[in-house]
Design a protein around this ligand. Sequence first.
Ligand code: ZN
Ligand code: ZN
Length: 251
Amino acid sequence: MPELVILGSGTGVPSLRRGAPGLLLFSGNSRILIDSGSGALRNMLKVGVTYRDIDLLLYTHIHPDHTADLVPILFACKYGDLPREKELICAGGPGFRRHFDKMRNLYGSWIEPHTYHLRIKEISSKPLLFGEMKILSEPMAHLPESVGYRIEWRDGKSLVISGDTDYCENIVNLASEADLLVLECSFPDEKKVDGHLTPSLAGRIARESRCKRLLLTHLYPICDQYDILNQCRQVYPGEAILGEDLMGVKI
Ligand SMILES: [Zn+2]
Ligand SMILES: [Zn+2]
């Protein structure tokens, strides 16, 4: 049974309780890292996963709180005590390749692989097939190039991850009847910010998509002063979970 582990349930604002965004998906022998904020690389070690084990890196968008550990991952793959050998796929939405090329210009040979193959991909209308999984993406209401992902397994299970987004039809459609829907929930209802969700908007998306379970993450520090789950439950009667660092959720 696939399992999702939250490496960081917070944002770019430092918090002792919540690390920067990062989700680690265990599916069979595959290890997929979705976003890698600062500290994700180190937190992976707490669940026994190293820079050598990741098969696929998926990015929802290139804001630094979601991508800060990409360069350290590639640097470790090259200069770690054991060099990486298996292929690494690194994928994002439209424009990801351009972003990667800029990084490559900046860091040059320090991040250029020589013991493994690195494939850079942009996922758009064509799904990415990866092992038992089909990975679909849709644009989200955050940055022009932000995407959310839907991962479907051959046995019918599905996982949907919004990345950062405001309320939009795309996330409702992408999350349709998902077994697990992971939504960002940046601010409490009283402190709504454009381009982000609140607990009641997350609840509305969960209700409209008829997902089976909802997991809230990407919580700014102010969220910890409010009853986020209660705000969400006013709108969504299904099972809602408040994310915490290193929490594992089976799919
Ligand atoms: Zn963010
Ligand atoms: Zn963002």
